[in-house]
Design a protein around this ligand. Sequence first.
Ligand SMILES: [Zn+2]
Length: 182
Amino acid sequence: MYEHFSADYDDVFKAAEFKNLDDVESFGRRFRKVSLQLQDNECNKVVGRMTICASHAFAGDDLCFYDAIVKKVQHKEHSFESGEEECLCNFILNWQHGPNVGNLTSATVENICLIQHTTGIDPKVASFLKKSRDKIEMAYIITQLPKVGMEPKHKEYSHEMYSTSSINLFVAYVIVLPHLCL
Ligand SMILES: [Zn+2]
């Protein structure tokens, strides 16, 4: 589910639907911490060749975020007219995804979010990935077990062999024992 969106927009993934461990790992890489809105006094944090998350406005109020690489930052003097610092810089972005993929566009501070590069993963996602891996590993183990139809036959065969040996031994013992008594 997506924050601030209705259930109509939910994407549902089931732990049993992944075909192999690569699919699970690839799915896990699609998650990262929420990117942080760049503040007006932080524009010096954005430099060339940096990957950021940028907003793209569709018709209406739709706003989507896509990764983009900063091609260049055109620094401009900040304004303090409103009593607060206002960044007037331009950020030339090379979009990596979305409708502008491959295009260069100019953006301003309100379009930019800083990606949080952390190794941690959301506990809920981690738990889901573990369940998915367990299901795949269990399915693999099951395929490696001897076929159900084969196992009893093998056991019956062994049992017959053992019984026959025992009977033979017993018969030999009975024969030998009277001989010893005599
Ligand atoms: Zn600025």
